[in-house]
Design a protein around this ligand. Structure first.
Ligand code: FES
Ligand code: FES
Length: 152
């Protein structure tokens, strides 16, 4: 076990764990930030997507020791009141079905719009194609990203 500290959702946190522990486990088991979901554990589904310095990453494949001075943002820290443009668009389009994949979808969409505020259809599809949804909400996700792109 090693004492590690890193910045998450604007606050410095300390955790005592094996440095190779994936960030996803630290979020869920050590910090009780359970909005980020475990899907596949092998970077294939996108359920565990969080931001590292504003970029979307798969937290199931990121050793917590690799975070260093970078800042992690989870769905809990995306906005103070759940009112990020992507979250508002998600509500307007009634995107989720079971909801399991949705935190990861929202984090990928928010990172996309931060880096490219007016993405084309192809750019949306490319940015989002690593986020799987068993319920098939893809058309509503795409529509919501287009709506959000008009307000970010
Ligand atoms: S749980 Fe990380 S990509 Fe599936
Ligand atoms: S809303 Fe059910 S898996 Fe995507």
């Amino acid at each position: 076990m090693t004492q590690l500290s890193f910045k998450i959702n604007g606050t410095k946190k300390e955790v005592d764990c094996d440095p190779e522990t994936p960030l996803l486990w630290v979020l869920r088991e050590h910090l009780n930030l359970v909005g980020t979901k475990y899907g596949c554990g092998i970077a294939q589904c996108g359920a565990c997507t969080v931001h590292l310095d504003g970029n979307a990453i798969r937290s199931c494949q990121m050793p917590v020791s690799a975070i260093g001075d970078s800042e992690v943002t989870t769905i809990e820290g995306l906005s103070e009141k759940g009112d990020h443009a992507v979250q508002k668009a998600w509500l307007a389009h009634d995107v989720p079905q079971c909801g399991y994949c949705q935190a990861g979808q929202i984090m990928s969409a928010a990172a996309l719009l931060k880096n490219n505020p007016a993405p084309s259809d192809e750019e949306i599809e490319s940015a989002m194609n690593g986020n799987l949804c068993r319920c098939g909400t893809y058309l509503r996700i795409k529509a919501a990203i287009k709506t959000a792109s008009q307000t970010v």
